[in-house]
Design a protein around this ligand. Sequence first.
Ligand code: FES
Ligand SMILES: [Fe+2]
Length: 394
Amino acid sequence: MSTEQLIEMARHNLAHSRAGTIDQTDKVLQVPARHYYDQDRWRLEIDRVFKRVPLMLAMTSELPKPGDYKAMEAVGFPILLSRSDEGQVHAFVNMCSHRGSQVMLNGKGNTNRFTCPYHAWSYDQQGDLVNIYAPKDFGDVDKSCHGLTKLPVIERAGLIWVTLNPQSTLDMNNFLCGYDAMLSHFGFENWHFFESRTIKGPNWKIAYDGYLDLYHLPILHKNTFGSTMPNQALYNSWGPHQRASSPDPSLAKLENDDPQTWPVDTLMNGVWTIFPHVSIASFYGGGRSVMISQLFPGPTPGESYTVQNYLMADEPDESQKEQAREQFKLLEYVVQEEDYATGLRQQQALRTGAKQHVMFGRNEGGGQRFHSWLNQIIAADDRELNELFVLNLS
Ligand code: FES
Ligand SMILES: [Fe+2]
């Protein structure tokens, strides 16, 4: 089914490419400028979006083996991900039941015991408390009631989503709206995790808007990769998740072949975004590769950070590693010095309050849809939130 959808999208793309057209939205959208700097709005985005919807926090290739773990922080929330000997991924609040120390330092590794650095209480891969230091001295504690706090987690398409609310009743499948089936065509569960780095940026939405925006490519990026890039985009959506791709005349060469033989790489071109904060873009540095960018709001409305992860379809040899490093270095420059440097200046200007609104054109449907979903999610109570995604199931 999802392959049929990919083929259909490629046909749609080719028709637009031939006609020189795109799918335009009904009207130009105005977004209040204060949404990019207002403290209250920013708080709502963290509390009602980032702390309620599943976030794609890790890739399967970061913790592929039994016993692998990843400790990290997202929007100030300490998280521990662990793969048990049975191969199942678990997610916990990285917080000891004794007096709340973070059990593991941020980073990745492999272990069958998580031992707290403060007083050595230890937990197994399922988060169960298995050892208390000097138990006779400490006094009675029912170990079975004091494991790590579990967080809802789901692993699909070689990606791992976690909801930062242990009490969440949101159905994670509904949230995905069938998008995981589309992403599964990358086959990320078998890819190689190459490198990652973190870069700082402006307000998270100023940064994220850029990932859904192909309109700027030949302009802002003219000195790096953009001079020959089209400025037009076609958007497909699965609930809040969106793909952006350029009309691509080269698809014409596939037309006479059986669609079932069309190369998956070609069918999966463009930028695949995962609401509310992830973008996946394809490259060929060192072979088939992607950069998966995870954006997070920083400590203030004017700050964000982005984890750029470089994944490769195959384990690279030395020369491929070199090419991958070159590609990844260029991407760091492009995002830091072109996108985010522009974003920081944009933010400084927006903060003056001189304009009430910014605009997203009829050609910028991706940004329009993203901002509309944010508003809907912020406005929804927990029951309505579930329904929002059910209504969008494809
Ligand atoms: S806080 Fe973890 S063992 Fe004391
Ligand atoms: Fe850009």
